[in-house]
Design a protein around this ligand. Structure first.
Ligand SMILES: COC(=O)C(/C=C/C1=C(C)CCCC1(C)C)=C/O[C@H]1C=C(C)C(=O)O1
Ligand SMILES: O=C(O)CCC(=O)C(=O)O
Ligand SMILES: [Fe+2]
Length: 374
């Protein structure tokens, strides 16, 4: 597996790959990528290149949910926000949440420690390597062969909850406040996920605590994605198209970064315009299975920018690995026959993290008709 690293140059970070014994050093070793020289490993086939984005025109934008109206709005505000949430889950699979109640200073702090981490010298970051076949640490996940194209992105990921998924030696000593900030931030985002799932349960006419009960001690992970500027954004992808394996994903877009997140809507790539201080929420594969496809995980990707860098901080929230999951019986009937089998979430997680990011391919694992991939 090749891992891609960043090195500080003139204010931004540029791409650099570290050597892994299994990879052809000549083709992958980059001290720093100079303008207009994009190594072959990053150059996408014509069909994958990010040229097809269509700007969303209001009212055709990802719904914005005012969380405070759900929690403490009057009856009318609550009702209209619940309708928006239902529409978001049914038609978009993505929405932005404003007035979520998480301290804005915490959003700034997590962004600061993430940036401070990515600007550290390569040697420092390499103390926390994402080893082949794993998804925690610094590097690039989901790379399994030398032929696979690389994303224009450096990642740092940590498993958080339950504690047994933690790998303490991967928690960085620098910046000093990194671990403390991740702990506090993750605690707040966990509560947000729990609350969102309560409202989502209500949109499905399920008990408010339905998901809380079904999930057991939920798995939570954080991933920080850093996208350096790229001289040829038309040739590369920041992050390959994929759907998330989680139940819910909570994404914070760094301030002042480029517009990079795109979702596949009606077969067109559409950019998500950042809304200040909002979280972007998306339905993951697990909710698609549980709702028997009523709420779908949506394919998304990240693109790069010629001058601007971009940071995203992503939280994955999913059921306990012990859980056996399948469509919720109340959501299966003759009009919506059972589309997914029952499986163990731990097995699905393993399948997810050992497959390359390729649209919604990993969900085939759960489909009734398809054969289980080998
Ligand atoms: C694009 O998705 C991911 O990178 C990802 C990985 C999450 C994880 C870690 C970074 C650390 C260990 C746990 C975990 C696998 C959750 C997505 O997470 C989704 C995928 C599944 C399956 C899931 O449960 O969350
Ligand atoms: O950076 C982004 O906007 C997308 C990140 C993402 O989709 C992911 O980490 O799963
Ligand atoms: Fe994602």
């Amino acid at each position: 597996m090749t891992r891609v690293h960043a090195q500080k140059t003139t204010g931004h970070l540029t791409m650099q790959t570290a050597l892994s014994p299994s990879i052809n050093a000549e083709s992958c070793k980059l001290e720093a990528i100079r303008p207009a020289t994009i190594p072959e490993r990053f150059v996408r086939d014509m069909t994958e290149r990010p040229t097809l984005a269509t700007a969303l025109q209001p009212p055709d934008t990802v719904p914005i949910i005012d969380f405070s109206r759900l929690v403490k709005g009057n009856k009318d505000e609550y009702k209209s926000e619940m309708l928006q949430l239902t529409r978001a889950c049914e038609e978009w699979g993505f929405f932005q949440v404003i007035n979520h109640g998480i301290d804005l200073s915490l959003l700034e702090s997590i962004e600061k420690v993430a940036r401070d981490f990515f600007v550290l010298p390569l040697e420092e970051k390499q103390k926390y390597p994402m080893l082949p076949g794993t998804v925690q640490g610094y590097g690039q996940a989901f790379v399994f062969s030398e032929d696979q194209k690389l994303d224009w992105c450096n990642m740092f990921a940590l498993g958080l909850e339950p504690h047994f998924i933690r790998v303490p030696k991967l928690w960085p000593a620098k910046p000093l406040k990194f671990s403390e900030t991740v702990e506090v931030y993750s605690g707040e985002v966990r509560k947000l996920c729990q609350h969102l799932l309560e409202y989502i349960a209500m949109t499905l006419n399920l008990r408010t605590d339905f998901f809380e009960e079904m999930f057991g001690v939920a798995v939570q992970a954080i991933r920080m994605n850093y996208y350096p500027p790229c001289a040829r954004p038309d040739l590369v992808l920041g992050l390959s198209p994929h759907s998330d394996g989680s139940a819910l994903t909570v994404l914070q877009q760094g301030k002042g970064g480029s517009v990079g997140l795109q979702i596949l809507k009606d077969n067109k790539w559409m950019p998500i315009q950042p809304v200040p201080n909002a979280f972007v929420i998306n339905i993951g594969d697990t909710l698609e299975v549980l709702t028997n496809g009523k709420y779908k995980s949506v394919e998304h990707r990240a693109v790069t920018h010629k001058e601007k860098d971009r940071l995203s901080i992503v939280t994955f929230y999913a059921p306990s690995y012990e859980m056996e999951l399948g469509p919720i019986p109340e959501l299966v009937d003759e009009n919506n026959p059972c589309k997914y089998r029952t499986y163990n979430h731990g097995e699905y997680s393993k399948h997810y993290v050992t497959s390359k990011l390729q649209g919604k391919k990993t969900l085939e694992f759960a489909k009734v008709e398809s054969k289980k991939p080998t």
